[in-house]
Design a binder for this molecule. Structure first.
Ligand code: SF4
Length: 452
């Protein structure tokens, strides 16, 4: 039976701005806004309770398919039945546009479009389905995605609850019980996902037998899932060497290929739907994609909390705990980088402390809206590790990333004259052909230089 939402209007304290005066000027003839027009959905919505986790399917948007497979496995062990969505295409965009203004962030539009399109597909029992997104809790518009999703759901599926997975204390009633051992398991899943992604990208363009790298990736994902099942996910060295050895055993043809780094806003950087399958395009163009680790974004979010206390005098107690978490996670990253370097077959991913040093040379670590200082830091790290051809993927209208991404290109080129960077906008009206043509122009320069 369908649960219905009570149509209680939000209380006046939820009004974000006073209703416009009727009559006069621009507002002439326009119906004055009512309280419910501008409600912020901060109180009136269906909750996901812990008892619901056994009977509900939780949909999550498409982002990093292989990382998400591991994360979903970890969540399943906690009793949550998650499913990553892979629906895409114009109908998903159109669904998003029905509920999200096209001036709003493109990731919000994609995510909401995917949720609504999936719920309408008939594949799910909408009375036992919830949707989940992760939130970094920063000051950017992403922290408002939840009310946007609730607004869209209220219009079409008012019984569907929205969950938030975050470590910033947002949406405290969202029904996901977060505790240290569980968070740590998610952290391990991200580390393994990052290494699998990196080794895959360093092997796939050179494989002799088509599909052999994909087979190894499947095997590694299976092995890591089994390690989680057996409680051996903390046998870090064993699992890391398993992945390194498995990819190193793929027969490859060593030939020079253009390495192309991908940086930018987190969703369009990683999501194949959000970035029009950028990695696949680069592989088709005969390049090696170099995609920075997801864990770097996690560390970026954590260290920003520590910096907030130092720079802006924010909560010192929570900064202390974030500082401990940072040190622990960074120590794991150091080990993985050391073993990868010792193994010798693969280029290790970036060292996060090195990223911070590089950021300081270009921008202040106080610039942390959106992906902030992480973007120029990653561009610099890519340029100094041989991937000087870079796509900076940015949602159209995303102010922080245009400032810290596109806005930092001149400084990066000044420091690394061989850097060949192309900012590419992703938005509902951009065509894939246009995006690919911009990247092809960047690749033409890269090929010319390679020839020289
Ligand atoms: S980083 Fe850009 S796309 Fe992401 S929430 Fe902020 S403004 Fe929107």
């Amino acid at each position: 039976m369908k649960k219905t939402m009570s149509p209680t209007p939000a209380s006046p304290r939820h009004l974000s701005c006073p209703p416009p005066a009727s009559g006069g000027g621009v507002g002439e003839g326009v119906r004055p806004q009512t309280q419910s027009d501008i409600a912020d959905f901060s109180e009136d919505y269906p909750r996901f309770t812990r008892e619901m986790k056994d009977s509900y399917t939780i949909l999550i948007p498409d982002m990093l398919p292989w990382h998400f497979e591991l994360l979903i496995h970890v969540m399943a062990k906690e009793g949550y039945r998650l499913e990553a969505l892979h629906n895409e295409g114009q109908e998903v965009i159109d669904e998003g546009l029905k509920h999200v203004h096209n001036d709003t962030c493109y990731p919000a539009l994609c995510v909401i479009g995917q949720f609504l399109n999936a719920l309408k597909s008939g594949k799910y029992d909408v009375d036992h389905t919830a949707v989940l997104i992760t939130q970094s809790g920063g000051g950017c518009r992403a922290s408002n995605y939840i009310p946007l999703i609730r607004k869209a759901l209220r219009a079409e599926f008012p019984q569907v609850p929205v969950l938030s997975l975050n470590f910033a204390g947002l949406e405290k009633d969202s029904g996901i019980e977060v505790y240290p051992a569980f968070v740590l398991r998610l952290g391990y899943a991200i580390y393994y996902g990052d290494l699998i992604m990196s080794c895959y990208n360093q092997t796939k363009p050179y494989e002799i037998e088509a599909g052999s790298t994909d087979e190894v990736r499947e095997r590694c994902i299976g092995e890591i899932k089994a390690a989680f099942d057996a409680g051996k996910h903390r046998k870090l060295k064993r699992n890391i060497y398993f992945i390194l050895d498995a990819f190193a055993a793929v027969p490859v043809k060593r030939e020079p290929k253009i390495k192309v780094g991908i940086v930018g806003e987190i969703y369009v950087k990683y999501s194949p739907f959000g970035n029009s399958h950028l990695e696949e395009f680069l592989l088709r163009e005969g390049c090696e994609p170099v995609v920075p680790a997801l864990m770097d974004f996690v560390l970026y979010c954590i260290i920003n909390n520590v910096n907030d206390a130092k720079m802006y005098g924010k909560n010192r107690k929570s900064a202390f705990f974030f500082g401990i978490a940072y040190k622990y996670l960074y120590s794991i990253q150091k080990k993985i980088l050391k073993w990868t370097a010792r193994h010798g077959r693969f280029v290790p991913q970036h060292d996060f402390e090195r990223l911070r040093t590089l950021a300081d040379e270009v921008i202040n670590q106080g610039v942390k809206m959106g992906e902030g200082w992480l973007i120029p830091a990653e561009m610099a790290a890519l340029a100094e590790t041989g991937a000087e051809n870079i796509v900076c993927a940015q949602p159209f209208g995303c102010l922080p990333n245009h400032i810290a991404g596109k806005g930092a290109v001149r400084v990066i080129k000044g420091k690394y004259p061989s850097a060949n960077i192309v900012p590419v906008d992703y938005d509902p009206s951009a065509t894939k052909v246009n995006q690919e043509n911009r990247i092809k122009l960047m690749l033409a320069t890269a090929r010319e230089r390679m020839g020289e």
